[in-house]
Unconditional design. Structure first.
Length: 91
């Protein structure tokens, strides 16, 4: 995860819980510009291996999903899906 709310530990944890997947982020990551620059480096031969991107990544943070929270989010989402058709016009 990069850019936007990734600097917030709460946001990362909510994302992990809702998705049911680990969320990996890097504290010093400059965002999508790094990806574009690295792709250009691969295309021009500056980098030989895709794994070389790891040279630019540090301060990795991994948020694991909390299964209890995931169940709670799933339950609330099901309620939302049931209610939405009734209030759609109000939105």
């Amino acid at each position: 995860a990069t850019n936007g709310g990734v600097g917030s530990g709460i946001w990362r944890q909510i994302a992990a819980d809702v998705l049911g997947k680990k969320v990996e982020s890097f504290g010093g990551h400059p965002g999508s510009s790094l990806g574009v620059a690295f792709i250009a480096g691969m295309a021009t031969g500056v980098f030989a291996e895709w794994s070389s991107i790891s040279l630019f990544l540090s301060d990795q943070v991994v948020n694991q999903p909390d299964l209890e929270n995931q169940a709670l989010y799933d339950d609330r989402y099901a309620i939302y899906r049931q209610l939405y058709p009734a209030v759609r016009e109000l939105f």
